[in-house]
Design a binder for this molecule. Structure first.
Ligand code: F6P
Length: 337
């Protein structure tokens, strides 16, 4: 079980702020709650920044109290709202953000988000000296330096539940289904959904080049299944960054005589009640962020490795590719006979 690291207090913090940035993920609210309530337990005033970095630039900053985060641990989305802020790519904008925070006498900023959000946080600290710390919140689990991100487990469970339903129709009608899950650059959702949902094959962005080869391989898998007497198949496809890729596979399969239905799960995977796992992860990670700040650490992300919380410098996170577990993909294929 992941536990809160107990660290000596080396820095006095009067007040900190927390924001959510990038795509929302189930469990973000549990993380906000942990930052607020753990902060209060350490006599820190916690401020909530609305609408990510855009709200920060507009000064949308309000004090949060223990009661402000009551009854949110079970809710998906983020009570603070979120966005993807292009303006934060500008150095002058980040300087202005630091001024806004300092004028409010805020000592540090907790950023709950993914790689892009951490880029902003890291540059903010490096350029202005304002302390920032990251908490990984994204359904994609594509952040380097951590084995798990808040929202990933919930998204996988949502997708598996959908596959269980689709399988009823697939087997009743002897159909092939292509189920598209999220993951623009990473196939983690597809991999775990495919393994847990018993998919015949799994298509991930990491293994997608060249496209033609992928389609031939999928087709061969379907044909092998038919030869062994399978009358229905579930193929899990990560959306990747080629719009319409799943439909393309369906069209190619059709040309080879295998009509397939496409079901795109889309944003259904982003919302909903966080699982127990995500609530626990978010609670520990949120509190750990405050703990690290009190310990005098910043410019890094709270990550998890071998069930232990660790602080990973942003320089080892941002822009880094998380290695994909190819073995697991091969294992899924072995089980799909
Ligand atoms: O990063 C999370 C994610 O859900 C990706 O899997 C997906 O490609 C993207 O966000 C969608 O973003 P948006 O909701 O902004 O369209």
């Amino acid at each position: 079980m992941i536990e809160l690291p107990l660290l000596p207090i080396k820095r006095k913090l009067k007040s900190i702020a927390v924001l959510t940035s990038g795509g929302d993920a189930p469990g973000m609210n549990a993380a906000i709650r942990a930052v607020v309530r753990f902060g209060i337990s350490q006599h820190i005033q916690v401020y909530g920044v609305h609408k990510g970095y855009s709200g920060l630039l507009e000064g949308q900053i309000e004090p949060l109290y223990a009661s402000s985060v009551a009854n949110i641990i079970q809710r998906g989305g983020t009570i603070l709202k979120t966005d993807r802020c292009e303006a934060f790519f500008e150095k002058s904008t980040r300087k202005e953000a630091a001024h806004i925070l300092e004028r409010k006498e805020i000592d540090a900023l907790v950023v709950i988000g993914g790689d892009g959000s951490f880029t902003g946080a890291s540059l903010l600290e490096t350029e202005t000296g304002f302390s920032t710390i990251g908490v990984p919140g994204t359904i994609d689990n594509d952040v380097a330096g951590t084995e798990d991100t808040i929202g990933f487990d919930t998204a996988v469970n949502t997708a598996i539940e959908a596959i269980d339903r689709i399988r009823d129709t697939a087997s009743s009608h002897d159909r092939i289904f292509l189920v598209e899950v999220m993951g623009r650059n990473a196939g983690y959702i597809a991999l775990l959904t495919g393994v847990g949902g018993g998919a015949e094959t799994i298509v991930v962005p990491e293994h997608r080049k060249p496209t033609k080869v992928s389609i031939d391989a999928i087709s061969k898998t379907v044909e092998r299944g038919i030869k062994r007497g399978k009358s229905s198949s579930i193929i899990v496809v990560a959306e990747g960054n080629t719009p319409g890729f799943t439909q393309l596979i369906a069209a190619e399969l059709e040309k080879k005589g295998h009509a397939a239905k496409v079901c795109i799960l889309g944003h259904t995977q982003r919302g909903g009640t966080p699982t127990a796992h995500d609530r626990h992860l978010a609670s520990v990670m949120g509190a750990s962020a405050v703990m690290y700040l009190l310990n005098g650490k910043s410019n890094g992300m709270v990550g998890v490795r071998d069930d232990k919380i660790q602080l990973v410098p942003f320089s080892k996170v941002i822009g880094k590719t998380k290695p994909f577990p190819d073995e697991m993909l091969r294992f899924a294929q072995v089980l799909a006979v």
